[in-house]
Design a protein around this ligand. Structure first.
Ligand SMILES: [Zn+2]
Ligand SMILES: [Zn+2]
Length: 386
């Protein structure tokens, strides 16, 4: 049984659509890959956290930098292996400014982890904004001082230049749901969770939205909602509610008995209660330690099973589709998620991504490499040589 520390302090949470669209080879992120689901659609959200008592503001993740072709060389080399298409229209700093948020008011940026699609362009923030990274980051060989001084570092040096870089203490004995926890503001309103496996220093955020409800900001603990659904608390219903399904004239509405019972890729028993996918342990996996990652996901299931927690993994395409974003509605926050029934609303949207009778589910969100709002014609040939 999941138990949370008590507090009456909350944070206001607003979601930022980082305007990043990607299609990624599924084998990098999930298993077993299903025929017709070889490519995974990914959007990318970040979160603006505001301590309601003190007014302190923090960003949890930043999405991708708009000029992704300027990423460190080692990251660009990986594009070929992992990514089919990418488009980034805005830096998160633009979205914040357009929404009336001053960058100098952002006291800290927390990176769920150091991958390029979460760290944005830190150099655009003033030096007064500190950077918070997860346990083990500073000691990990090859990361600091950053590219190009560390020529194989996936993180640019200018992310750290002139600013405080903080690795919080997780050794004080506090745990939540089996994860080591750090009380970020010291008042119980926002915790960082040590969620290992994807890469060194991976963090989730646990934001208290009312006295007894929480948003779990998942980063890349997993990349697809079908890695935590269905589950013992939320089994597949006999019929997926039609309002959760795309109205697609080409493909028939998927039938749960064919999609999820006879064709469940993992389970032979309790198929309606077993998550559809696991994290990838293929050779091409993006998880540094797939076994440890799956153990973290298994702990995450306890949070998913709780009616008091809504899980928001960074790349869940349903989040920007169904929930208010800072981009569209700067004054709307996510705090009343339970009252609004958003956990139920988001529950089955991911089935639209699944293949139907061996044919792809949803179409790719983006095709080609984009730059300045259009396909960058020379991208595929030259991106990796720059
Ligand atoms: Zn990642
Ligand atoms: Zn990611």
């Amino acid at each position: 049984m999941l138990e949370f520390p008590k507090s009456d302090r909350t944070v206001r949470v607003r979601m930022v659509d980082t305007t990043t669209l990607m299609t990624v080879w599924s084998q990098v992120l999930i298993q077993p890959v299903q025929p017709g689901h070889e490519i995974l659609n990914l959007t990318d959200v970040a979160f603006l956290i505001e301590n309601e008592a003190s007014g302190q503001q923090v960003m949890f993740d930043l999405g991708s930098r708009k000029d992704y072709w300027n990423l460190p060389a080692v990251v660009r080399q990986h594009f070929d292996e992992s990514m089919a298409s990418v488009r980034v229209d805005k830096d998160v700093t633009e979205v914040l400014s357009e929404s009336g948020i001053s960058l100098s008011d952002i006291g800290s940026v927390v990176w769920s982890h150091y991958h390029w699609d979460h760290i944005g362009n830190m150099a655009l923030f003033p030096s007064s904004t500190s950077l918070v990274i997860g346990p083990g980051f500073k000691e990990q060989p090859g990361l600091l001082p950053g590219y190009p001084d560390a020529i194989n570092s996936p993180v640019p040096k200018d992310a750290f230049s002139g600013r405080e870089v903080i690795e919080p203490d997780f050794a004080n004995g506090l745990t939540i749901g089996g994860f080591r926890a750090h009380d970020f503001f010291g008042d119980g309103s926002f915790y960082l969770l040590d969620t290992p496996g994807h890469c060194v220093g991976h963090l989730c955020g646990l934001a208290r939205t009312t006295e007894d409800t929480f948003l779990l900001l998942g980063g890349d603990i997993c990349h697809f909602a079908g890695v935590v659904r269905p589950n013992t608390s939320l089994p597949f219903p006999a019929q997926i509610p039609t309002e959760a399904l795309d109205k697609d004239p080409v493909f028939p509405i998927p039938c749960p008995c064919s999609l999820f019972t006879s064709c469940h890729p993992i389970a032979t028993v309790d198929q309606d209660k077993t998550p559809f996918y696991q994290v990838s342990s293929y050779e091409a996996t993006a998880f540094t330690d797939p076994e440890l990652s799956q153990r973290s996901v298994n702990k995450l299931l306890e949070f998913e099973n709780s009616p008091d927690v809504l899980i928001c993994i960074a790349h869940d395409c349903d989040l920007p589709q169904y929930l208010p974003t800072l981009n569209e509605s700067p004054s709307s926050d996510l705090n009343a998620w339970k009252e609004n029934g958003w956990k139920e609303k988001l529950r089955w949207g991911w089935v639209n991504e699944l293949p139907r009778a061996g044919r792809p589910g949803r179409k790719p969100l983006v095709e080609g490499y984009w730059r300045d709002g259009k396909v960058w014609a020379e991208a595929i040939e030259t991106l990796h040589r720059r």
